[in-house]
Design a protein around this ligand. Structure first.
Ligand code: CTP
Length: 400
């Protein structure tokens, strides 16, 4: 079910085909999607907001302000959506989209969209063929919108030809085809952890490490760009994912990271643990700042919980991937960790003066899986490595 739980914002503009949106909403709901509808004033002449509201089970927005003069936030609406569909898209609103005019809720949501946008144009034959319309449509396509071509048939004007809005079934098929081709991980849930952890010594000091979190963040971004629903449990890192759909849970200590990962893990398909988790933490957290008294200070440390190891024990259907950072015998140690922690895949990398790995934008690594396959990647950017890693995981043991 490609559309299961997908959040769809449907923008209806004022063409006769708007009446078909009642059926379109029902099809989306049947597919398990959640639908919110916005309409231009002209669209309300062809389908009532009440009809769309009953079918979508959501309030329908037709204006920047509702009856109680509350402002409808178009940015939040556009952010809420996994994708936005404008259907039918009239020649008029198409022209507004292509020139950036923003004079109603529908055009404002278009301009605020960060997600995927589909448009299903519908107009009379000559309007559809007009060079202006063709230019506007080409500009929308060039800007990354997906155009669902109009179909041929009888038009409201009495003419017959190209210009009818694609039938609702065809719109749904078009979107599903697009999603399965371009977002191959659309129904996968992924947990990634990244960054260092900070273990408190006293109110002003901690034990940390030099991890930047860049590799894990790049992996989270790559999974999201392939359609996966990604939760990133992020230690104290200065970096953030580019993809706004990545859900970030910020943590500081190994204990907090453990808690977050254990909670999320049962509901994911894939977990990639890249974080440089502290192996030891101070036995006691001093409540007051430690004063400089003696010549020596001994800190008593105790082991932290092994997050990856604990996920390995809890593992059911999930594909579990760990990292191994070594300074020597990388492959051998990595293979041991793969076995001991019940992993499916381990990614070995080394740190040395020549290739520091930590903090750098580049790295080399080796992927080893539980079937003893081994794949080396030469020095390349962490962004490219993230693509290689995600593409490897994607084809592993029936994930896709
Ligand atoms: N890891 C973890 N929890 C810890 C320590 C490590 O989940 N408390 C995870 C890391 O995120 C990484 C993997 O375990 O995916 C391997 O980390 P690494 O530091 O290489 O190995 P350790 O298990 O800590 O063993 P050692 O330090 O002895 O090599």
């Amino acid at each position: 079910m490609l559309l299961q739980n997908k959040k769809i914002l449907l923008g209806i503009t004022g063409g006769i085909a708007a009446y078909k949106c009642a059926h379109l909403i029902r099809l989306f709901i049947k597919e398990g999607a959640e639908v919110k509808v916005i309409m231009t004033q002209a669209a309300t002449e062809f389908i009532t907001p009440q009809t769309a509201s009953v079918l979508s089970k959501n309030t329908v927005i037709t204006d920047f302000f509702d009856e109680a003069q509350n402002w409808n936030n178009h940015v939040h609406l556009a952010e809420w959506a996994d994708f936005i569909l404008f259907a039918p898209l009239t020649a008029n609103t198409l022209a507004k989209f292509s020139s950036g005019i923003c004079d109603n809720m529908v055009t404002a949501c278009y301009l605020s969209a960060r997600s995927l946008v589909f448009v299903a144009p519908a107009m009379d034959l000559d309007m559809y063929q007009h060079p202006t319309t063709k230019n506007n449509s080409a500009l929308l396509a060039k800007n990354g919108n997906q155009i669902i071509p109009a179909e041929s048939g009888e038009l409201a004007s009495g003419l017959s030809g190209e210009g009818r809005m694609a039938e609702p079934e065809n719109i749904v098929d078009f979107i599903k085809n697009y999603l399965s081709k371009n977002l191959p991980l659309i129904n996968k849930k992924v947990l990634v952890n990244a960054g260092p952890t900070f273990e408190t010594i006293d109110p002003v000091r901690f034990i940390g490490n030099r991890s930047s979190g860049k590799t894990g963040i790049a992996i989270a971004d790559e999974f999201a760009s392939q359609g996966a629903e990604v939760t990133l449990v992020l230690g104290p890192s200065a970096h953030r994912p580019k993809n706004s759909s990545v859900k970030i849970i910020s943590v500081e200590s190994a204990e907090e990271m453990h808690q977050a990962c254990i909670t999320i893990f049962p509901n994911v398909d894939i977990a990639v643990l890249t974080a440089a988790v502290a192996d030891y933490k101070p036995k006691a957290k001093e409540l007051q700042k430690i004063k400089k008294i003696g010549e020596e200070l001994n800190l008593e440390l105790i082991k932290t919980k092994d997050i990856l190891g604990d996920l390995g024990k809890l593992k059911k259907q999930q594909c579990l991937i760990g990292f191994a950072l070594e300074t020597e015998n990388a492959i051998e140690y990595a293979k041991q960790k793969l076995q001991n922690k019940n992993l499916d895949i381990i990614i070995a990398n080394t740190t040395s003066e020549k290739n520091p790995a930590f903090g750098s934008d580049f790295n080399t690594l080796t992927i080893i899986d539980k079937h003893n396959n081994l794949l080396n990647f030469e020095l390349k950017s962490k962004l490219e490595l993230a693509k290689d890693i995600v593409n490897y995981i994607k084809t592993f043991d029936g994930i896709k």
